[in-house]
Design a protein around this ligand. Structure first.
Ligand SMILES: Nc1ncnc2c1ncn2[C@@H]1O[C@H](COP(=O)(O)OP(=O)(O)OP(=O)(O)O)[C@@H](O)[C@H]1O
Ligand SMILES: [Mg+2]
Length: 636
């Protein structure tokens, strides 16, 4: 045992497993996407019928096409857009929000409203490990800390300051925006149930809820989503967080060969030993899992989840950059604020063209333009006609305008996709370098962006020895798989730890191990502070519910609280918690009930191998147990 001022840590105790309860009659899943969101559900009965062989594939229901308005996409997901009035009350979500905002702007009444789009990437960028580091190391973390309620353990992190920015630049707390969006989806689903005779009495807490998040997200982003969903009215105990590529993988397990386009004859994903890469290509992120089918119909992760921000919206960003280069940045910026209906039309038109362009496209791409607004802005800002503005731009050779259409040379249009596809391919190449993955033959592409034929073709060309499989309904595989995951949360039996987790301890100074910079004196003894004491190493294979138990002792009489700082790093041999690449993940606070003169001992379980890391502490003397997951807010 090592004595430390503040916290005393003792070694590793044991690893054990438990299995979660699963008694709900209905499971509903929410896929809250960067571009599109939706829900799906099924009943335990339906799932049982499938398991008993009465149905060939599980029956999973989605909302029948959302009202897409104007452009007429058929979609079982709806754009992730939220419209609030000046009092921050919900006006609409999804296509409805887009359409109402367009109507308001036509009447010139939109400027007091809040219109949010694509805000999920806030969490990816704002809460990713690297960004958290910066945030945590600023004073705000230390000033706004702690908080744990008496008798509980609490990972806390004040992140109420994170703001979401709406179309006109107004800001609201991201937490509020997420919670209201999830509530809009939940309410839509509950209203739909009310109109179905046999489900009319179903209450929110009769349902097991699954909320999907990218697998590459940090614990904080996951907890942010959990908190938002709870704020939206989903009971915490009814809610599970599921990881997007894992859901897709689970879904594909249940598809027949006919629904796995590109698979070899006689292919069966259900065969033990079958290995595959699943790439969830969404709007924001590409999120990759590598799985092996093992005994008992379970899956094992054979490479830690990996990903990057190379989703379909990067293609939109390239298009917008091209528009800026052609018409000038202020034209598009002003269109967004002064003529948002025109801007939304432009983006919908791009979305529709984006879905139809192929690699071998040779013709000009003709895009309908909001000519009235564009012409007005060109003359207002540049004092020129649209034609003259194009003529003076760097794209003059490749772009022209005729009646209400912009004609863009196909090579320019194809270029919008190339950087994103290249980024994805280099990510895949990087993963394939791992010898466990190199031998995997099948690559499953799922998510909306997987429908992009140009992307499919580039992946096929780059990996000619692999089979690229596109499952039926690939845009819905995450959502539908999340429902199956709800019925069988133990589906992924083994995961690989993505970071090394450790705690901050002070230990006896040893000049062969420690530097002078971290040395200090306490009660006439020399110690080294800020030592990284590993709880679990990255790349460790863990079964679901793996507990790593540490013993903690109080060191002062009447000590009221244990404080444990948890750090993560990708450095294989971390020495100190303040070295580069080492990040404070959270603070575990155990408020000690009835502090006493005698030393108290706590067994703290760090639970790994699930979709969220969790922690539980037991007071050894009273046997009282405090359970918690990461807490990110003090007052949410
Ligand atoms: N046929 C298609 N061709 C090209 N891109 C497509 C096609 N269909 C959908 N997309 C793109 O896929 C993206 C949406 O995919 P999806 O609905 O899986 O994303 P999401 O779930 O909202 O995002 P994320 O999972 O990153 O949070 C959008 O960028 C959309 O333009
Ligand atoms: Mg998605």
């Amino acid at each position: 045992m090592e004595s430390t001022p503040g916290v005393t840590v003792e070694g590793y105790k044991n690893k054990e497993q438990t299995s979660p309860q699963n008694n709900y009659l209905f499971v509903a899943a929410i896929d809250f996407g960067t571009s599109y969101s939706g829900y799906a559900w099924s009943s335990k009965n339906d799932y049982k019928n499938y398991l008993e062989g009465k149905d060939v594939e599980p029956k999973i229901y989605t909302n029948q096409p959302w009202n897409s308005g104007g452009k007429g996409f058929f979609s079982e997901k709806t754009p992730t857009c939220l419209l609030l009035d000046a009092d921050r009350k919900l006006v609409a979500f999804g296509y409805d929000a887009e359409n109402k905002y367009a109507d308001l702007s036509q009447e010139g009444k939109h400027s007091d409203y809040y219109f949010f789009q694509r805000f999920k990437m806030n969490l990816h960028e704002g809460f990713q490990i690297e960004a958290i580091d910066k945030m945590l190391r600023t004073v705000f973390f230390h000033e706004t800390f702690p908080f744990a309620h008496r008798g509980s353990t609490d990972f806390s992190f004040q992140s109420k300051e994170m703001m979401a920015v709406e179309m006109n630049g107004k800001q609201l707390p991201a937490f509020e925006v997420f919670a209201m969006s999830i509530k809009a989806l939940v309410d839509h689903l509950m209203t739909m149930f009310q109109h179905k005779g046999n489900m009319a009495t179903l209450k929110i807490n009769d349902i097991k809820w699954i909320l999907t998040v990218p697998a590459i997200w940090s614990e904080k982003s996951k907890q942010f989503m959990r908190k938002s969903a709870v704020k939206a009215g989903i009971p915490n105990s009814n809610l599970s967080i599921a990881l997007e590529p894992e859901c897709a993988s689970v879904y594909c397990q249940h598809l027949s060969k006919d629904h796995l386009y590109g698979a070899r004859d006689e292919y069966s994903m259900k065969e033990t030993g079958q290995k595959y890469v699943v790439v969830d290509l969404g709007g924001g992120t590409a999120d990759i899992a590598v799985h092996e089918k093992i005994e008992d119909n379970k899956l094992k992760e054979i490479h830690r989840s990996t990903g990057s921000n190379c989703g379909g919206t990067s293609v939109d960003a390239a298009f917008l950059q091209f528009m800026d280069q052609t018409f000038g940045k202020s034209v598009l910026e002003t269109m967004k604020t002064d003529y948002p209906e025109s801007y939304l039309d432009l983006m919908r038109e791009f979305e529709s063209k984006k879905r139809t362009v192929n690699c071998d496209e040779t013709d000009n791409i003709k895009m309908s333009m909001p000519m009235a607004a564009l012409s007005k802005l060109c003359s207002q800002i540049h004092k020129k006609s649209i034609e003259d503005v194009i003529r003076l731009s760097k794209h003059t050779e490749k772009v022209s305008v005729k009646t209400d259409k912009l004609r863009i040379k196909s090579e320019i249009f194809v270029e919008f996709f190339i950087p994103t596809i290249k980024k994805l391919i280099s990510l895949l190449e990087h993963i394939m370098k791992n010898k466990r993955v190199a031998e995997v033959e099948d690559i499953l592409l799922v998510g909306g962006f997987a429908e992009c034929t140009m992307l499919q073709q580039h992946v096929r060309d780059k990996f000619p020895t692999k089979r690229v499989i596109i499952p039926f309904d690939c845009g819905l595989s995450v959502l539908k798989g999340a429902v199956i995951y709800g019925f069988d949360p133990t589906y992924i039996a083994i995961r690989i730890i993505g970071h090394t987790y450790g705690v901050d301890v002070a230990v006896r100074y040893d000049d062969s191990k420690h530097d002078l910079e971290h040395m200090f004196e306490y009660n006439d003894m020399m110690y080294s502070k800020s030592v990284f004491k590993t709880i679990i190493e990255q790349e460790t294979e863990v079964a679901a519910d793996t507990k790593v138990t540490r013993e903690y002792r109080t060191i002062k009489e009447f000590q009221e609280r244990l404080t444990i700082d948890i750090y993560v790093t990708r450095n294989p041999n971390p020495r100190y918690v303040d070295e580069d690449g080492c990040l404070l993940l959270g603070k575990l606070l155990v408020d000690i009930p009835n502090p006493t003169r005698e030393k108290r001992i706590f067994d703290v379980d760090f639970i790994f191998g699930n979709t969220e890391m969790s922690v539980a502490a037991v007071d050894r003397e009273s046997g009282e147990k405090f359970e918690t997951q990461f807490e990110i807010f003090t007052d949410a």
